[in-house]
Design a protein around this ligand. Sequence first.
Ligand code: PMT
Length: 327
Amino acid sequence: MDAPNGSQDTEQTLDSQVKAFFDSAPPLQNMNDIIQKLNHFIQLNSLSSENGIGRRIVCVTSGGTTAPLEQRCVRYVDNFSSGHRGATSTEYFLKAGYAVIFLYRRGSFQPFCRSLPDDPLLECFEAFEGLNIQVREAYSKALKTAIVDHHAAVASGLLLKLPFSTIFEYLQMLQIISKPMKDIGPRAMFYLAAAVSDFYVPWKDMVEHKIQSGSHILDVKLVQVPKMLSVLRKDWAPLAFCISFKLETDSNILLNKARGALEKYNMHAVVANELSTRKEQVVVVTIDDKITVQRDKSKADDDVENPLIKLLSQRHSAYIEDSKRTR
Ligand code: PMT
């Protein structure tokens, strides 16, 4: 039977794309372990808070997803993101009183480790005769702060770190996270800074072994990844406060694209950033505002995420209050 109108048609197409994606995904290896950790984390942070109604919980996604080309993967298509935005934002969310689920790409930047050198293990320590290993003076303060702050956040149950590599892992984990997040209603926030693959090879169409390099042309068919933002908003966690990102290299189209994403996916805000200036400035696009947020350049160690998270936290508080009134 024909769909009576275009929007239902599109919805059916999205639903079937979503189903096809999850049907084709190889099951998560440690799914039960992840579910257990998540339930414990959300329960813990729903009991404890300053105001007696439970702490606000944010899921920060960070880093790029890969789309594998072979089942026993040697080659993959990657997405640009160092994970700096997600890791830095996590630190500021913790400062603002949130509990954070940090869904991150393996090997990307980690919270509290930004001031450490690229290879901390080899660069922060020096070895003396015998087994005597000591911290180099130049790194001792940064290393101590990183270890103490990280340990405090994890040990007090405020930071849960969950790693992914592939688009299959990422979207399955996002779906799993959204289940207990749905139960806490407007107290939940999704801050989707990860750079998510737009195309993937469905698992059942993927060759098992390493593709041989004999031919001059690599003929691989990639299928569009369904935009899960609308599914997240509509079905997975409809009451959660949702922030997505828009990255462009051409500043002339950035704000229009962000506005388009805001409306199309019904986001509460879209953070628009241009590749070359992303650490200095972003624009927060909402239904009735476009707010430019900048790093305080007079302070050498200030980050654009500092005012950004302050703004989003305020907007989230207003959203929670609003939800109470309209309930
Ligand atoms: O990590 P850094 O080096 O610090 O850089 C940070 C950043 C530039 C990567 C970050 O600030 C950023 O802009 N992240 C989103 C980049 C992106 O891939 O945008 P997009 O236009 O492809 O996706 C837009 C939004 O839709 C994103 O929030 C994404 O998480 C989401 N998405 C995308 C594809 C898809 N199939 N499903 C999705 O939900």
